[in-house]
Ligand binder design. Structure first.
Ligand SMILES: [Zn+2]
Length: 196
């Protein structure tokens, strides 16, 4: 993406041009309603976003869709206009995970975040993880029984979970709920809340 941003800058594309593009990217079907539902539950959920895209794009898209306020933290590769006004991108962090790309391991992001809370004596009752990409598989190691993984059907995260379950059926203790439309995620969360 650093190369892509550099190329776009060389072609005269300015950050404000890219913002317009990011703002016009539609959310996945049902995702807006699902995020509204979660926002209505108040303190029942704490919502964070971990994305291997970039802060400029993620925040532009969420602001345009009216959902930025829902997320307590947004973890993504830092990006924004540099001293010349061109869009620059930095890696999120460095890590030692062999599975993940050098700039971000979502397992490390999530485990660091949970550790921060644990340090303050806060332990979440359950984790609910909605994802699609191959880089959403690594953090699955943090999910335990009672937690829920929502892999988008047919996407790499779903395939990797299926492969892991096939190789070692007992290795995956969290519930796995594949989804195509985020309405399916919302309906499942409604059921989970009934049992809280
Ligand atoms: Zn990793």
């Amino acid at each position: 993406m650093q190369c892509v941003f550099q190329y776009l800058s060389d072609q005269g594309v300015r950050p404000r041009d890219l913002r317009v593009v990011y703002e016009s990217i539609p959310l996945s079907p049902g995702m807006g309603e699902m995020l509204q539902f979660v926002a209505k539950q108040g303190s029942c959920f704490e919502v964070i976003l971990i994305s291997d895209a970039n802060t400029f794009g993620v925040e532009s898209a969420l602001r345009a869709a009216g959902h930025q306020g829902l997320f307590r933290r947004i973890f993504s590769n830092p990006s924004g206009p540099d001293a010349r006004g061109l869009l620059a991108l930095q890696p999120f962090h460095s890590h030692s995970c062999a599975r993940c790309p050098a700039n971000m391991c979502k397992h490390k992001v999530l485990s660091d975040y949970l550790r921060e809370w644990a340090h303050d004596g806060v332990h979440f009752e359950r984790l609910v993880y909605v994802g699609d990409g191959a880089n959403d598989f690594c953090p699955m190691g943090l999910l335990a029984g009672g937690d829920v993984a929502f892999p988008r059907r047919g996407c790499p995260m779903h395939r990797l979970i299926q492969e892991a379950q096939k190789a070692e059926p007992s290795s995956f203790r969290a519930s796995v709920v594949p989804w195509e439309n985020a309405t399916e995620v919302r309906l499942h969360l409604q059921q989970v809340l009934k049992t809280c």
